[in-house]
Design a binder for this molecule. Structure first.
Ligand code: UT7
Length: 309
């Protein structure tokens, strides 16, 4: 049996930091409102000349270094992003060039908004289990600051830029154990960017808590596991209240949930791999543990992945 194992993680936040107090000077808001409603304290915005592929490059180099491999060993590159450098070529092809990968490995973007990393990880897993790839770079990278409406305080304060990456390798030991993905286009107007981000925050909140707890339940039931088997849940970092409500519905203690939203706000496809990298590097995630990754985003798209670390 072939499994996909994560052998290296990396993340990157751009240097420019905007605190909630900085935003108070830009829109009619307050630190207290933002912090109590979302748990966000600050976010990072890319420099004017910094592109999604640049953020992806920093995170990828760290993941490749942590994996102890050469970039030339990568035989598939997937970038989950909803804020690509340009309409085409894909950010994955641009990243492939910046990494100096010249082996002809397929490279493509995955567009599932905040669910993007989960969808990309599942795709990479299918490539590996199907024998079509052995060493895959999966990245979630976003420059959402360029899609924000500076006149809309209801969204402007919530989002930020960043990137996270993992290297997956084929192994005879698990690995990614199972994945569950879903989409429902009926809700395509609830959260969209056309070209600037707009959303029905309350409706998104309710929807997110329901589908995230449902999909994690679905995954656990399928594996004949319960919440007590899970060492860490690494959720999409959109709002601390969504994370807490989902954990509560699942009967998970918050001490088993990785939370990084305070430091970067909602970074869409980048949030799960950034949170994962944080918990790997600070030693919380350890070999043998069961880890759940989950995310929901515009579309709607949502899903969860169970990993034996
Ligand atoms: O990746 C998935 C993407 N999105 C999400 O996960 C977001 C999901 N939704 C949420 O996180 C929350 O719904 C929000 C954080 C967006 C909003 O929290 P809420 O508790 O649902 O607040 P609300 O929308 O009910 O707004 C309450 C009040 C309103 O004023 P009134 O009508 O009560 O007078 C808003 O106008 O807060 C006002 N408000 C603000 N006040 C200060 C809205 N935005 C702001 C702001 N600063 N930035």
């Amino acid at each position: 049996m072939i499994y996909s194992r994560i052998i290296g993680t990396g993340s990157y936040l751009p240097a420019k930091v905007l605190t909630n107090y900085d935003l108070e000077k830009m829109v009619d808001t307050s630190h207290d409102w933002i912090f109590t409603r979302s748990g966000i304290v600050e976010r990072h915005f890319a420099a004017d000349d910094e592109l999604t592929s640049d953020l992806a490059l920093h995170a990828s180099r760290k993941a490749i270094e942590a994996a102890g491999i050469a970039a030339s060993e990568i035989d598939l590159v997937i970038v989950a992003t909803t804020s690509p450098d340009m309409a085409f070529p894909s950010t994955a092809c641009i990243l492939q060039d910046k990494l100096g990968i010249k082996n002809g490995a397929p490279a493509f973007d995955m567009q599932a908004v905040c669910g993007g990393f989960i969808f990309a990880l599942n795709t990479a897993d299918l490539y590996i289990r199907g024998g079509q790839a052995k060493t895959v770079l999966v990245v979630g990278a976003e420059v959402l600051s360029r899609m924000l409406d500076k006149n809309d305080r209801t969204t402007f304060v919530l989002f930020g830029d960043g990137a996270g990456a993992v290297v997956l390798r084929a192994s005879d030991k698990p690995g990614i154990v199972a994945s569950k993905l879903h989409s429902d286009g009926q809700h395509c107007n609830m959260l969209k960017a056309d070209p600037l981000i707009s959303m029905d925050g309350k409706a998104v909140f309710k929807f997110a808590v329901k589908v995230l707890s449902d999909v994690v339940d679905e995954l656990l039931e399928d594996q004949k596991m319960t919440g007590s088997d899970i060492a860490w849940m690494v959720p999409h970092q959109a709002n601390i209240r969504i994370i807490e409500a989902t954990a509560k519905k699942l009967g998970l203690d918050m001490k088993n949930v990785v939370v990084t939203v305070a430091n970067h706000g909602n970074t869409s496809a980048a949030s799960v791999p950034m949170a994962l990298d944080t918990a790997v590097r600070d030693g919380r995630i350890q070999a043998g543990q069961n880890i759940i990754l989950e995310a929901v985003g515009g579309g709607f798209t949502w899903g969860a992945v169970l990993i034996k670390w």
